[in-house]
Write a protein that binds this ligand. Structure first.
Ligand code: PLP
Length: 381
């Protein structure tokens, strides 16, 4: 019999798993499930990126790379960050198999047993798990009372943080809310970070997917460069979830610590995938614009349809999620909806916000209409 480590027993499996299992079971029975629970764009990877990956394989780029990444990709990433106004150099980048690994390495690098980490609720499920695995203690600031915006929650945030705060995680545009935080909100975070000397993770993985707003990178604010770890990845912007490619950017002192974890765990991100990443960063503006246009159309469709049905949703300015206000017992609501209407959504309580269901609109307008029709017909509003 195994004697499991206490640290793994501290965390739960991903909450979205139960939903996708239920959806898969129904599908196996031949049922037509509208799956609005997924966190992946429903587009193919841009053709030129896939080709670059194939070319790299054919050219023999199939061995290990330098642990922190191939120099050309790290250069392209530094250039990209500089374009966002971040003072970045290739040596301040670690290329990882997905942004998730970049986040994991960062949390492991910064958080000791008992260290306080602040999250804004609702928060993406894995932040909590990562902090618990590192032994940190969670302190949560709720943005739900403020339509998921950060600016009006700044007073609550100021009360929550202290000199004991080790790390704060900011995710804008946000999964699960789609909220894009204003410059004033980020400035508020920056001021408190400097005052209390805490580090900040800025998870900017949905940064390209915004509608009429331009998110600002947190590391560009005064005093933030030296205390920010910027996280990004290729999964969402370029529809590359299965390629597993992401990165972190931080001052070199953090890179040398996190680099130890990186080299002793993953060694490096996949060689030919890194080469495809260079193409994704440099030659995908049109493809990205097209995907973002499609997401915006779907967001508008859902907001309109929910509005017509008298359901008031906070209009998201980014990512491809929105929070639908549902019963207080959101888990029961989501279970009922999948069983009876065959529409898969994720309970808000999985993200720390009961009373909501997260809807992903990475689905065609036809399927989104079908989902709303079914919810309406089933009397779920
Ligand atoms: N950060 C957020 C907020 C996410 O929603 C996700 C994916 O769902 C990730 C990070 C991780 O993405 P990946 O590891 O595919 O790059």
């Amino acid at each position: 019999e195994f004697d499991f480590a206490e640290r793994v027993e501290r965390v739960e499996p991903s909450a979205t798993l139960a939903i996708s299992n239920a959806a898969n079971e129904l599908r196996a029975q031949g049922e037509d499930v509208v799956d609005l629970s997924v966190g992946a764009p429903d587009f193919p990877t841009p053709e030129n990126v896939t080709q670059a990956g194939k070319d790299a394989m054919d050219a023999g780029h199939t061995g290990y790379t330098s642990s922190n990444g191939v120099p050309e990709l790290k250069e392209a990433i530094a250039e990209k960050l500089q374009g966002d106004g971040v003072d970045a150099a290739p040596g301040e980048v670690i290329v990882t198999p997905g942004a998730k690994q970049a986040l994991y390495e960062t949390v492991q690098t910064l958080v000791d047993d008992g260290d306080e980490v602040v999250l804004f609720d609702p928060a993406w499920v894995s932040y909590e798990a990562m902090v618990k695995l590192a032994g940190g203690s969670l302190n949560r600031v709720d943005t739900a009372p403020y339509d998921f915006q950060l600016e009006p929650a700044l007073d609550d945030f100021a009360e929550a943080v202290s000199d004991d705060t080790e790390l704060v995680v900011v995710n804008s545009p946000s999964n699960p809310t789609g909220a894009v935080y204003s410059d004033a909100a980020l400035e508020g975070v920056a001021d408190l970070a400097v005052d209390h000397d805490f580090a900040v993770i800025s998870d900017e993985i949905y940064e390209k997917i915004t509608y009429g707003v331009e998110p600002t990178s947190l590391a560009t604010f005064d005093g933030m460069r030296e205390r920010t770890v910027t996280i990004n990845g290729f999964s969402k912007a370029y529809s590359m979830t299965g390629w597993r490619l992401g990165y972190l950017h931080a001052p070199e002192e953090l890179i040398s610590q996190a680099g130890k974890l990186h080299s002793h765990s993953v060694s490096c991100a996949t060689n030919f995938v890194q080469r495809a990443g260079i193409e994704a960063l440099r030659n995908t503006d049109d493809a990205v614009e097209e995907m973002v246009g499609a997401f915006e159309e779907r967001r508008d469709l859902l907001v309109d349809r929910f509005g017509d049905l008298g359901v008031d949703v906070a209009v998201p300015d980014g990512a491809f999620y929105m929070m639908l206000p549902v019963d207080e017992d959101d888990s029961a609501w989501c279970e009922e909806v999948i069983e009876e209407a065959h529409v898969a959504t994720v309970p808000g309580s999985a993200f720390g916000s009961p009373g909501y269901a997260r809807i992903s609109y990475a689905a065609s307008t036809e399927r989104l209409n079908e989902a709303v029709d079914r919810l309406d017909a089933g009397g779920f509003f």
